[in-house]
Design a protein around this ligand. Structure first.
Ligand code: HEM
Length: 337
């Protein structure tokens, strides 16, 4: 069941990215239905009707589809998490049966639903959009952690030297989380295309930094009907974009140092492979980020960049879990001693 939930959560994240990045976030201006309809086909027909009687209405029927498909998948995921929590409760007396994590996931998925509703009803308010993205990433990460606990993966650790890497791994994880939040902030404020040059931004970018306006999280002053396509001035958007680039540099330095240290300390194939996977994910993620800039954020690259971020996050969390399990130089006995 947890594995099913993992696939569903991954699908919901990818669909959410597709919805957001194809500017379909307001494809359905109401919630939970779309123009009052729970059936997406009726919503499409409704938009077509309105457009035929009022050609100035400019409603785009195709944008209702990603939004509603995202909502359908999210509902099934919510239901699956409820079932997981119910099963954990029923089996709570069994040894090593996790209960707090499934219950926390229920609270999280309900809060995610509320954030999804506010995303629409508050007209794509950037802080809500970013929190909704972070909530989705947290859901998938915690489900992966739950699966690792249920399947007792890894069972034991026989490479005790890698445990000394805990502080560095924690630091790399914190940097990745911050970078994900900055990425979400870049998207939510439509700051992706303000810097079209590498490595930082257009020449003279240092004169176009405005930190005061770039990080206003609530109460923006604007007279637009909603936040679609952003409400910030160019300098504030440039600042956000540039911070995401510097964030990438910090993440790269920390993650590369971690990889080198793992390779130096670890003697097991398990951890050497782990280092290889982390390195590969970092390279792919930076490559996709550069692809976003060079090709002006094509939908496929942007969705892959979103997904690459969550996979990198999960891999680091699983690495930290792996270096935290009981360390023994020999395989443990049947009772775990
Ligand atoms: C190193 C690790 C990196 C991580 C973890 C990361 C993470 C993210 C995340 C989570 C988003 C939000 C995606 C979404 O809303 O769907 C994002 C957006 C973005 N990232 Fe990164 N990123 C990284 C590196 C880079 C690099 C190196 C560049 C460019 C050189 C870059 C350029 C962008 C751009 C332009 C966007 C906005 C995309 C849009 O609005 O459609 N990223 N990033």
């Amino acid at each position: 069941m947890t594995i099913v939930a993992i696939f569903l959560a991954a699908g919901v994240i990818a669909l959410g990215a597709w919805t957001r990045l194809s500017d379909a976030g307001l494809g359905c201006p109401d919630w939970p239905g779309c123009y009052g309809h729970l059936d997406v086909r009726k919503a499409v027909a409704h938009v077509a009707d309105v457009n035929s009687t009022d050609p100035g209405a400019l409603r785009e029927a195709h944008k209702t589809i990603p939004e509603m498909v995202h909502r359908y998948f999210a509902s099934v995921l919510g239901l699956t998490i409820l079932i997981i929590a119910a099963l954990s409760w029923i089996n709570r007396k069994r040894a090593k049966q996790p209960l707090k994590l499934p219950l926390f996931l229920v609270v999280l998925v309900i809060f995610q639903g509320l954030l999804g509703m506010w995303t629409v009803t508050m007209g794509l308010q950037p802080t809500i959009v970013m929190l909704h993205l972070l909530g989705g990433f947290t859901t998938l990460t915690l489900l992966s952690l739950l699966a690792a606990r249920l399947y007792r993966w890894p069972e034991f650790l026989n490479d005790c030297d890698v445990r000394t890497l805990k502080p560095l791994a924690g630091l790399a994880l914190a940097a990745v989380i911050l970078q994900i939040a900055l990425g979400g902030w870049t998207t939510a404020n439509y700051a992706a295309v303000v810097c079209t040059e590498l490595p930082v931004c257009e020449s003279g970018w240092t004169e176009h930094l405005n930190f005061a306006d770039a990080f206003i999280f609530w109460g923006h002053e604007h007279d637009l009907p909603d936040y679609e396509f952003g409400v910030l001035e160019n300098d504030a958007r440039t600042t956000i974009h540039v911070m995401h680039r510097f964030g990438a540099l910090l993440v790269s330095l920390l993650v590369l140092t971690l990889v080198v240290r793992i390779l130096r300390r670890a003697h097991s194939t398990f951890f050497r492979n782990f280092a290889g996977v982390i390195l590969l994910l970092l390279l792919v993620q930076v490559g996709l980020g550069i692809g976003n800039v060079v090709f002006s954020v094509p939908l496929r690259i942007a969705v892959a960049h979103n997904f690459g971020a969550v996979v990198l996050l999960i891999t680091l969390i699983l690495f930290i879990r792996a270096i935290n399990v009981k360390c023994t130089s020999a395989r443990p006995g049947p009772n775990g001693e």
